[in-house]
Design a protein around this ligand. Sequence first.
Ligand SMILES: NC(=O)c1ccc[n+]([C@@H]2O[C@H](COP(=O)([O-])OP(=O)(O)OC[C@H]3O[C@@H](n4cnc5c(N)ncnc54)[C@H](O)[C@@H]3O)[C@@H](O)[C@H]2O)c1
Length: 262
Amino acid sequence: MELSVAPNTAAGAWLGLENAAVLIAGAGGIGRALIEGFAGVGARVVAVDNDAARVSSAVEELDLEGRGGAGLVADLRDPDLARNAVAKAAERMGSIDVFVHALGMNDRKPIVDYTDDEWRTFIEVNLNSAFWLGQAAGKLMCAKGYGRQIYFSSVAGLLAHKHHGPYAATKGGINQMMRVMANEWAMSGVTVNALAPGYIETPLTAEHLKKPGVRSALEALVPAGRLGVVDDVVGPALFLASRHAAFVTGHILFVDGGRTLI
Ligand SMILES: NC(=O)c1ccc[n+]([C@@H]2O[C@H](COP(=O)([O-])OP(=O)(O)OC[C@H]3O[C@@H](n4cnc5c(N)ncnc54)[C@H](O)[C@@H]3O)[C@@H](O)[C@H]2O)c1
């Protein structure tokens, strides 16, 4: 199937992303928007997620294979499966120019109510997957002397929201892991940054936002007066992945309508 709108190759050329080899881990609400955004400027995209339906829908609806990419299904908590996904993406595209970590989970409750297994699962899904994938992609990028890595952090990596204990811990961990990677890999032509959104309506937040009063209370905390939509993160991701961001590394870019100002 063809994309309904042909890739904007002029935009892709201007960004330096036309034909770029992009690995996106996570094909949920944000991941899917990113897959469309990168494919939309003519990049080749390999998408990996443990949800086979989400992967196949991206592959089929966006013709990822016809455009030089692919879809992979893997549980990215597992270091070997994560490394294998990076290897397969590099084999398919010849290299990895851009790696985006856009997967995660949340489950909101008071700190005292989390079980041991729940804590471990948060660390494995949100943080371990980022380390396994980022390390493997980083090795390839440093060897090539070029790369862009983008990690999805959150406003919860800065603010102390109640009922976000393990989630906030993993986002703080992502921020510091990203900063050390940025420092270690800067001389190798590899930039590493994070995007930190506020609330965006996706499968991650949909159930929470349906609870009485939650949406309006959260909107009231945002100077821009609204929650985010997935397209709000696509432009910032394309910028950080682009040739225009060559000297931008180690940053946490908040995409939150001003939420962290107050
Ligand atoms: N939606 C928001 O409001 C929001 C705000 C701030 C940060 N973020 C961050 O953005 C990223 C993407 O969030 P989203 O809103 O798209 O979430 P989502 O729930 O829509 O998608 C997450 C994806 O991760 C995949 N996944 C989960 N465990 C996995 C595993 N073990 N192996 C492989 N894939 C796995 C899921 O199948 C899903 O497709 C996450 O890191 C999230 O923390 C989201």
